[in-house]
Design a protein around this ligand. Structure first.
Ligand code: FMN
Length: 186
């Protein structure tokens, strides 16, 4: 079982990073092989809308996304994670998700070669946990349209501001750890 975490925050010591690490530790407890990719470290260009992926079956932009496509193709579960920036995901994660358009055929059917599941993890300053839930669900929706299978559970770390402050929130740490165990047992 290969589980890949995509880290959408630029803060490697931030709240999203702490919770994503917890997810991975929970998954490792169940024997999964886990790797985290820090999107902020990668060179990922925005989709150019050239539609070459519709004609050729793959994205032609020569950047780090080519490696990420391989990593996705070999994964069993993807964990997409991001802080909420301006009521949405970070630009780092959005760049990557736009490039997943390459997994859709011209008729919008999926060209994923095998079932790959995904889970979502967000952090936010707003204390109201479900303040952005409709948005998170719409992110899950587009990933399902691309062909990924949703593990229907979204971990939301709310009321967070300072980098790493979530470390003192045992309930959230536990919640993220349990998500990891859950996805590994899929
Ligand atoms: C540019 C920017 C925009 C933000 N926008 C929002 C927002 O719209 N809603 C919110 O609740 N929190 C917002 N936040 C707060 C972050 O989501 C929150 O502090 C989160 O825990 C940061 O995650 P990190 O520690 O992993 O970087 C924003 C933070 C930044 C830096």
């Amino acid at each position: 079982m290969k589980i890949v975490g995509f880290m959408g925050s630029p803060r490697k010591n931030g709240n999203t990073a702490v919770l994503l690490q917890q997810v991975m530790e929970g998954a490792q407890k169940e024997g999964a092989e886990c790797t985290i990719y820090y999107l902020n470290d990668l060179k990922i260009k925005g989709c150019q809308g050239c539609n070459a992926c519709k004609r050729k079956g793959y994205c032609v932009i020569p950047d780090d996304m080519q490696n990420i496509y391989q990593i996705i193709n070999e994964a069993d579960v993807l964990v997409f994670s991001s802080p909420v920036y301006m009521w949405g995901m970070t630009a780092q994660l959005k760049l990557m998700i736009d490039r997943l358009y390459a997994y859709m055929n011209a008729d919008y059917s999926s060209r994923l070669a095998k079932p790959i599941k995904f889970a979502l993890l967000f952090t936010q300053h707003r204390a109201v946990e479900d303040a952005f839930m409709p948005y998170f669900e719409s992110v899950a929706g587009i990933l399902e349209v691309i062909g990924f299978k949703f593990v229907p559970d979204i971990v939301v770390g709310s009321g967070l501001h300072d980098a790493g402050e979530v470390k003192s929130n045992d309930a959230l740490l536990e919640r993220a750890y349990e998500l990891g165990r859950k996805v590994a047992l899929q």
